[in-house]
Design a binder for this molecule. Structure first.
Ligand SMILES: [Zn+2]
Length: 223
């Protein structure tokens, strides 16, 4: 029995590895919180110094989703749009604090938090430069019950793959956080590993998730 279990898990590992492209980013379902500098702190940056921009969330191609899943995706799109267009989102991105206590994202390509906010809100995906002001989503649901990967994408395609194993239990706020993470890859930001929780994809995903959760629970008003 032990040998059988070992053989099955080995097959699962090999399959997971062979599915993985060279630059593909696989994302862990483990959640962390995003720390930010507060108004009274010395390193706090006045977000009013950075121009506020707006983004429209657009579902371009949604594959493999049944009616219930589509409703969840639509709720996630709505709350994601509400969150990213808020002053509080801008404040949290600009004042994001990494694990070293610096006002910077990990793997930030030499860009400041303000510059990353600007690039995010430009809405120009690396592969789709002509859709400024839009977060364009190409999504496909797949089912991988053995995997701990919540979703994955690679730089050479628009497509974002979402694992049904996690999606089925997720609330719209969790999905919104995951979409924000994956879309941050689409605008050219990465993480060195699935443990780099203060990279732009992870941290922005956590910011969106936390804000969406509070907003949907009626705990915060967004404007
Ligand atoms: Zn990722």
């Amino acid at each position: 029995m032990k040998n059988l279990i070992l053989a099955i898990s080995l097959i699962a590992t090999v399959t997971a590895m062979s599915n993985k492209g060279p630059q593909e980013m696989q994302d862990s379902a483990q959640k962390h919180s995003a720390r930010v500098f507060l108004g009274h702190e010395r390193d706090y940056q006045d977000p009013g110094l950075t121009e506020t921009k707006t983004l429209k969330v657009v579902g371009m191609s949604i594959k493999g989703f049944d009616t219930t899943s589509r409703l969840k995706i639509n709720s996630a799109f709505n709350v994601l749009e509400k969150v990213v267009n808020s002053e509080e989102f801008k404040d949290r991105v600009i004042n994001f604090k990494n694990t070293k206590g610096e006002r910077a994202f990990a793997s930030n390509k030499g860009l400041t938090n303000e510059e990353i906010y600007d690039i995010f809100m430009e809405g120009k995906e690396t592969l789709q430069q002509d859709t400024a002001g839009e977060m364009n989503f190409f999504l496909k649901l797949y089912n991988s019950w053995w995997s701990r990967v919540i979703g994955y994408t690679s730089p050479d395609v628009n497509l974002i793959n979402i694992n049904w194993k996690y999606f089925k239990t997720y609330r719209p706020s969790d999905v919104a956080g995951n979409l924000a993470h994956e879309w941050t890859h689409k605008i050219g930001f990465d993480h060195q590993s699935a443990a780099e929780h203060d990279s732009a994809p992870y941290a922005i995903g956590y910011i969106v998730d936390e804000m969406a959760t509070a907003y949907l629970a009626g705990q915060i008003i967004l404007h």
